[in-house]
Structure formats: C-alpha cells, structure tokens
Design a protein around this ligand. Structure first.
Ligand SMILES: [Zn+2]
Length: 165
C-alpha cells in the first residue's frame, strides 16, 4: 500500500536523493582533477543528465543502485514488493528511453552506479571513466574509415622498421 500522493512522493524522493550528494561530488572532483570540464544538470537535455561534457559529446548519469535497479546489486524489499518493482521498472524504462533519445541527438551516455564509487572501487571507476572519455574523444575526432591515430610507441616502431629496409 502506498499512501503518499504523487507530489508527496516526489518530495520524499527528492529529499532522499539530495540527502547524500557525496557520490556526485566524488565524480565531479575526480573529473575536475583530471582536467575534464563539465556542466551540471543540463535542463535542456532529455533526462537532465547529472554532468554534461560538451567537448566529449557525453552525458553522465549517476544512478542510485536502488532507484534505478542496478542488476544483481540492490535488493527489493519484501514489504510493498510489487509497488517497488513497478516503480523501479518505470525508472529503468525511463533511463533506457532517455539514453535512446540522447543517442539520437548524437550524445554518448555513461552511467555510473553508486556502488562503483565505494572507497574500494572509486579509483578504478574514475580511471575507467577518464579512459572512456578519451576514447570517445578519439572516436569523435577521427574521420570515419580512417584508422585511429597511432600511439607514439607504434609509430616509433614503424619508423625503426622502415629504416631497417
Ligand atoms: Zn550497484
């Protein structure tokens, strides 16, 4: 049974969401310290992404594992199970729809799950986020059909090979 009006629930959820802003700060700090610049909560884009990196054509969503139904991660409470299942399913469907719309507009989407920001996983998550962003940048800036710019090591090796011939 769910006795809250939609408006009340919205307020409740907003309070729960904003109470712990820590995961968001971890991502922001991690990106900033690595030289990435972003905008917060872009209201003009579908789904209001948490962070928008225009240079990388990328939207980042920081998802709470429970609300967005992180598979194999969060558990649905036995009390009001059907209600929660329906609610989380709606959120998941909305997430998919949002990412589809953003992709159609030429945006990349990255989802960071709350559990990936636990102290033990944080560094790895931020590292792979930076790696993914750089990869996206390379893809965006290479002409279709053209191979990726060679790594310095590789071109050095090619040169050495040419000199031998
Ligand atoms: Zn999770």
């Amino acid at each position: 049974m769910d006795k809250l009006s939609p408006e009340q629930r919205h307020k409740n959820m907003a309070a729960i969401h904003s109470k712990d802003t820590k995961p968001e700060m971890i991502v922001r700090k991690g990106l900033w310290s690595r030289g990435f610049r972003y905008r917060l909560n872009s209201p003009r884009l579908p789904g209001h992404p948490d962070l928008v990196l225009k240079k990388y054509r990328t939207c980042i969503f920081e998802n709470g594992c429970f609300w967005h139904g992180h598979e194999g991660c969060s558990r649905i409470p036995n009390t009001n199970r059907e209600f929660w299942e329906a609610k989380i399913k709606r959120n998941q469907e909305r997430d998919i729809e949002t990412q589809k719309r953003l992709a159609e507009m030429g945006w990349h989407c990255i989802t960071i799950w709350e559990c990936e920001l636990k102290p033990s996983k944080r560094e790895k998550t931020l590292k792979s986020l930076a790696f993914t962003l750089n990869k996206i940048w390379l893809e965006e800036h290479s002409v279709i059909g053209k191979p990726y710019p060679q790594l310095e090591e590789e071109s050095g090796m090619l040169k050495a090979a040419e000199e031998q011939i």
